[in-house]
Design a protein around this ligand. Structure first.
Ligand code: ZN
Length: 112
């Protein structure tokens, strides 16, 4: 807990803050252009370099058909991530995103 005035963020906190700021800025820019956009964020390191993998092949280890998300920066993976959005109706976003991307993208990326 920090409650002193004028504290300094840890290196990790600073990285996370910058990433969030970058995404927030990007969303604002898209909003100006009239684009509604959702950007998934890694809950662990706040990176936006999160990919979704639905392929069985890539998920052999987990043996799951359900989509899973993988962070390219910290290696986090899971089913629940943070979604930043510039849509006015932010409640529907997460479910919406799952439905949109859940069926089509079979990403074959593997950097192992
Ligand atoms: Zn991460």
């Amino acid at each position: 807990m920090r409650n002193t005035v004028g504290s300094v963020l840890s290196r990790r906190e600073l990285v996370e803050l910058r990433r969030l700021e970058f995404v927030r800025h990007a969303l604002e820019e898209m909003k100006k252009k009239g684009i509604s956009q959702d950007i998934p964020i890694c809950p662990n390191c706040k990176s936006f370099r999160v990919i979704q993998i639905t392929s069985q092949v890539d998920l052999g280890l987990l043996g799951a058909l359900q989509p899973a998300y993988y962070c390219l920066d910290c290696g986090w993976y899971g089913r629940t991530l943070i979604v930043m959005t510039n849509r006015p109706d932010s409640d529907a976003v997460h479910r919406d995103m799952i439905e949109t991307f859940g069926n089509d993208s079979e990403m074959r990326e593997s950097d192992s």
